[in-house]
Ligand binder design. Structure first.
Ligand code: ASP
Ligand code: MG
Length: 453
């Protein structure tokens, strides 16, 4: 059994859909095919909902454009014998979508559950089209078996229940199945939910893990993981193999190849992931498995998180690194704030960590309440906060022993007048990272890339 996921660009045009047809029809064994909405559609569904909520009746024109895009695709990729049926199903979905927009327009209100319903139409329509396009494929409704539960204000997958429902759905299955990615339902209320932007990868991973697939193939519009973003560094090269841990690090540090949560369920089951290009299907892509291979690149890549905020705590209490560390991490975790860098273990006088700019206000508030006693008695000074920074990460093997590389990178950056506000070396064996000014991100990436490769 294989699980294949095709992203928005792969299902976004007639040409790419014909590639999808060729790729999937040439597979012999049992295959589950998970699809995103047509490229760019989710953004457009959201923008149109906002228009309607703002009382802008141009939402109707947008609605028409969305309809004609789907009908045009159907008439070019779906076989004559099935076209009338597909047009009728998609027309029904479009009518329902329109009713949702009309409601939002009338009420001038866009509750989050209504937006969840609105965005669900993207994958519901694309899966109907792809299901009819691929010879002999059956269509399966992910909303029946991908279940979420509320966790604070987020919907997160109930993986145990989902896994059981997937196994029931596919009991005795053979042949080819098509499922919409991204969408799900709340396990209690049955309301439509989703797994978050980019979540189709995660849908595919949940299915692959539940069915013990032999491989999870993520079909996208790039040749695989690259040593850096090729739009910034044209000399970057495809990485043919890396480990689950390395891919997780690269993704959490801004590489946009796969949605980071995707990796956990398949990692847990040790199911390899292959990243492949729908527009260049014969390219070998990137293989991700559990252990390193003999001719792996030592450094797998460089990526950046743009919009980093740095916080520093100083004072007597800050010298108790283990205490400060665990209290900070726990307090941030309780608030759902991801801490992605702490300064090296030898930074004794100051405790420094980074979060995304979008979490900065929340993080400052959390710090102040967690350390209220220390701030009151003066054993900690007021936290220092710097924003408009970026975190550049270098991911590879044995990073904990690369002190020379780390020093060379810092020297190179400083020699080129890039201020390194913090760095993290020795904390992880997979990643070393550097905090630089936001507007120097590309410059820093280029300097580090040419130093390493
Ligand atoms: N269509 C959704 C999005 O654009 C999910 C996905 O493509 O993975 O976020
Ligand atoms: Mg998409």
């Amino acid at each position: 059994m294989k699980v294949l996921k095709f992203g928005g660009t792969s299902v976004g045009s007639v040409e790419s859909l014909l590639n999808v047809k060729k790729i999937t029809e040439s597979i012999d064994g049992d295959t589950v095919i998970v699809v995103s909405a047509l490229g760019g559609l989710t953004d457009r569904l959201i923008a149109t909902a906002r228009m309607a909520a703002d009382g802008d009746d141009n939402y109707r024109l947008e609605m028409e454009a969305i309809s004609s895009r789907h009908f045009n695709i159907i008439s070019n990729v779906v076989d004559d014998s099935k076209r009338a049926r597909v047009i009728s199903v998609v027309s029904g979905l479009l009518a329902e979508l329109k009713r949702n927009y009309d409601g939002v327009f009338l009420l001038r209100d866009l509750p989050s559950r209504t937006l969840d319903t609105i965005v669900s139409f993207g994958e519901r329509m694309s899966s109907v089209i792809v299901g009819a396009m691929i010879d002999g494929a059956s269509l399966h409704d992910s909303m029946e078996f991908i279940k979420t539960e509320k966790w604070f204000s987020k919907d997160i997958a109930d993986q145990k229940l989902t896994s059981r429902l997937i196994r029931e759905e596919f009991k005795g299955f053979s042949g080819k199945a098509v499922c919409p990615g991204f969408i799900s339902t709340d396990k209690k209320s049955g309301e439509i939910t989703n797994l978050g932007r980019g979540g189709s990868d995660f849908s595919a991973a949940l299915i692959a893990a539940a069915l013990n697939a032999d491989v999870l193939e993520i079909w996208t519009d790039v040749d695989g993981f690259m040593t850096a973003d090729p739009r910034i560094i044209p000399e970057s090269i495809v990485v043919s193999h890396m480990t689950f841990v390395e891919s997780m690090e690269l993704c959490s540090f801004g590489a946009k190849v796969i949605y980071p949560p995707t990796i956990y369920p398949v990692f847990h089951k040790n199911i390899p992931i292959r990243i492949l290009n729908t527009f260049n299907p014969s390219a070998p892509g990137t293989l991700i498995t559990d252990i390193a291979m003999p001719d792996d690149l030592e450094i797998k890549g460089i990526s950046a998180i743009r919009g980093t905020s740095l916080f520093s705590l100083s004072g007597k209490a800050a010298q108790n690194t283990p205490m400060i560390n665990s209290r900070t991490f726990n307090a941030m975790a309780r608030m759902g704030i991801k801490v992605f860098l702490v300064s090296g273990p030898d930074g004794a006088h100051e405790f420094t960590f980074a979060v995304s700019d979008t979490d900065a206000d929340n993080a400052l508030h959390t710090l102040k309440s967690e350390f209220a006693p220390e701030l009151a008695n003066g054993s900690l000074a007021e936290p220092l906060h710097t924003d408009r920074l970026a975190t550049v990460a270098v991911v590879g093997v044995n990073m904990r022993s690369r002190n020379r590389l780390s020093a060379r990178i810092i020297n190179t950056l400083r020699r080129n007048s890039i201020d390194v506000a913090a760095f993290s070396y020795g904390v992880s064996d997979t990643t070393i990272s550097f905090v630089v000014p936001l507007d120097e991100t590309d410059h820093a990436l280029r300097l580090i890339h040419s130093l390493i490769y």
